[in-house]
Write a protein that binds this ligand. Structure first.
Ligand code: HEC
Length: 151
């Protein structure tokens, strides 16, 4: 129970910083901020798999979940490849042409990450590994259709 409370606090903190950070930003600043947060997502996912204790794993996955829940909102219209004021992004215009699919890919990742959290709570290593094996395919499920090539 203690871990659950700690994760909830973390999730709220992450959400508040996202909400504050997104006001009065230029389109490129929105892009830069979400790329930074995507990198943190990568670090939190990796940190979950390498955590020394279940509590540490739970804290990392909670941060990953908190960001994952904001992904769809981090891509406002006008922040993709070719949009005014955008000099660097890999966000394909299909994100806005197929918003339901994009949202579904984000929701899918959130569900996968939550499954990992539940598995950590169970204390069953095999369950954690099985749940975690879905995580990177969950990233790919969005990157493949919606992220352009590196520049
Ligand atoms: C719903 C869609 C979606 C999901 C799910 C998603 N990403 Fe991304 N990600 C993107 C898009 C789109 C970009 C490009 C953002 C930009 O350049 O503006 C991106 C960019 C990134 C970047 C920045 C480096 C770069 O320029 O490509 C990293 C790192 C990253 N994602 C990691 C992850 C990891 C790890 C996961 C899974 C745990 C994940 N992402 C899940 C859509 C997604």
């Amino acid at each position: 129970m203690r871990f659950v409370v700690a994760s909830a606090v973390l999730a709220v903190t992450a959400f508040v910083s996202v909400a504050c950070g997104s006001s009065a930003q230029t389109p490129q600043q929105i892009v830069d901020a979400r790329i930074e947060d995507m990198k943190k997502l990568g670090a939190n996912v990796k940190g979950t798999s390498q955590a020394a204790t279940p509590a540490e794993a739970k804290a990392k996955i909670a941060e990953a979940i908190a960001f994952s829940e904001t992904i769809a909102a981090r891509f406002p219209k006008g922040t993709g490849i070719g949009d005014a004021g955008i000099t660097k992004t890999r966000a394909l215009q299909d994100i806005w042409a197929k918003p339901a699919e994009f949202k579904a890919a984000a929701d899918k990742l959130t569900a996968i990450l939550k499954d990992v959290g539940v598995a950590i709570d169970s204390g069953d290593k095999a369950k954690v590994e099985a749940a975690f094996s879905q995580v990177y395919p969950g990233c790919g499920g969005c990157h493949k259709p919606f992220r352009g090539p590196e520049h």
